[in-house]
Design a protein around this ligand. Structure first.
Ligand code: AMP
Length: 277
């Protein structure tokens, strides 16, 4: 496995990779959710490129950029073990050299849900992913359903710009008690870790409601709100029941829908989601 930090080294190493190549972009502090993406990329391509870059452009001024967890040695060992061929670990200056000013904006779909709470987040995401796509030139790129809106935004960006890249979405990997794996789970104290189960538990309850025939989106939202409010260590940011393709809020669940939520537990802001229909 080759590890490179510079764009020039990346171009050179990229040219040596066997085709097709699969790309797994990450912010590091890898867990089994990330590794599921690497495994899928390994299975479907002749070579695998992973990137580790904590992208300042997708963090708001009051967010956790400076404290975001990092462990490069451990990440590289995991990637090596999973059969990655090339890992790009750029500095901020390498991705955004002095004077860098190009931004990729996907429009209104980046301004709702997570984008409404994190202004500029998806512009930062789309910008760095477009740059990584151009530099790494993968045939396929792998993203987790955990960040459902990110998947919608990246698919739209790739299609509209015209990257000849298939976007592959991998299901959410969870702890045995249902908590979605996240690098930010490390922020949780043991007590908060137990409380954090309420995110997936409330989504599961809503799924069950849907399976029993509930189609009123407001009642599904209310059910989730009530369950999260019963957990004193969790504070709900939002709950949404939206069209799975357009992310528009629904009154009735009469088409494939995304139920998504964000909640604060201690200093961690956690997100989770599930699909209905
Ligand atoms: P991050 O390092 O948090 O930017 O995540 C890198 C990629 O891993 C993104 O495409 C995420 O959606 C994906 N990912 C993160 N957590 C999970 C999870 N629990 N299950 C599946 N994919 C995940």
């Amino acid at each position: 496995m080759k590890v490179v930090e510079k764009v020039a080294q990346l171009r050179e190493a990229r040219a040596q990779l066997r085709e097709p190549t699969g790309l797994v972009p990450t912010m590091g502090f890898l867990h089994d959710g990330h590794m599921a993406l690497v495994r899928a990329a390994r299975a479907q391509n002749a070579s695998v490129t992973a990137t580790i870059f904590v992208n300042p452009k997708q963090f708001g001024p009051s967010e956790d950029l400076s404290s975001y967890p990092r462990d490069l040695d451990r990440d590289l060992a995991l990637l090596d073990g999973a059969g990655a061929d090339l890992v790009f670990v750029p500095t901020v200056e390498e991705i955004y050299p002095a004077g860098f000013s190009t931004l990729v904006d996907v429009g209104p779909i980046g301004d709702i849900l997570e984008g409404a709470r994190r202004p500029g987040h998806f512009r930062g995401v789309a910008t760095v992913v477009a740059r990584l796509f151009a530099l790494c030139q993968p045939r396929r790129a792998y993203f987790g359903q955990k960040d459902a809106q990110q998947c919608v935004v990246i698919k739209k960006m790739a299609e509209e710009i015209g990257f000849p890249i298939e976007i592959v979405v991998i299901p959410i990997v969870r702890e045995p008690d249902g908590l979605a794996l996240s690098s930010r789970n490390v922020y949780l104290t043991p007590e908060q870790r137990v409380a954090a189960r309420v995110l997936s538990a409330s989504l599961w309850a809503a799924s069950q409601g849907y399976e029993r025939g509930e189609r009123d989106a407001n009642r599904l939202r209310a059910q989730i709100r009530e369950l999260v409010q019963r957990e004193p260590l969790a504070s709900l940011d939002y709950v949404s029941v939206s069209d799975a393709a357009t992310l528009e809020e629904l009154d009735r669940v009469d088409r494939p829908a995304l139920v998504s939520l964000a909640a604060r537990v201690g200093r961690a802001r956690l997100i989770d989601n599930t699909l209905l229909g």
